[in-house]
Design a protein. Structure first.
Length: 205
């Protein structure tokens, strides 16, 4: 049985804080060979089992749409090591791209790295910092971990509203606050943004 809260410890979180573009970076190892992890990240049927239902042409130059979420174009694809897509949600302006890199670490272990680079709206960035995007990806990486081990959190919306789901989101929010501060943000600003992110994902009763 997978320890869901312990999964938080397996992720390295980093912020690359540019003047115009912000990049949140998540890295972790999965106990899966690179071909299986690549398939889990690029097969529409498998993505729908651990992330969100997706439609479209998941090939270089193709377009995709996640149900109720982002869509975009497949910009680069180098199986089984790397792909990059545009990540457009609604009418959000500016650049937004997600890159996934996979590196084999032995026969049955793979290093997964996700980089989400975006021109964050200043008001949203000031309020939430990197956690607004980062915690969402943390939840995605958890779903992937469960999928690879044959597990599931069941109804993701119900789980996110549960005591365990709230604890997960609050801890991830705090850790993104630490990454924010490590990237140069004043401590009080980073903490305020982390607190706002926590309240968004895990509203107080």
């Amino acid at each position: 049985m997978i320890d869901i809260i312990k999964q938080i410890e397996y992720v390295h979180r980093q912020l690359e804080d540019g003047d115009e573009l912000k990049t949140v970076v998540l890295r972790r190892h999965y106990d899966a060979d690179i071909e299986d992890l690549w398939d889990a990240c690029t097969s529409a049927e498998r993505i729908s089992r651990w992330f969100l239902p997706v439609k479209g042409d998941l090939q270089l130059g193709g377009h995709y749409q996640l149900e109720g979420n982002a869509g975009g174009e497949v910009l680069e694809c180098e199986p089984p090591h790397r792909f990059k897509v545009t990540w457009v949600f609604g009418d959000a302006p500016g650049l937004s791209e997600v890159e996934v890199r996979l590196s084999a670490d032995g026969a049955e272990r793979t290093l997964f790295e996700l980089r989400h680079t975006a021109a964050a709206p200043p008001d949203m960035w000031d309020r939430f910092g990197p956690g607004a995007v980062g915690v969402g990806w943390d939840l995605g990486l958890l779903g992937l971990a469960l999928h690879l081990t044959g597990g599931s959190i069941g109804d993701p919306i119900a789980w996110q509203g549960s005591e365990e789901g709230h604890a997960y989101s609050r801890t991830c929010s705090r850790l993104w606050g630490e990454a924010h501060e490590a990237a140069g943000a004043p401590a009080d600003q980073a903490k305020a943004a982390a607190d706002n992110t926590s309240a968004f994902y895990a509203p107080p009763a």
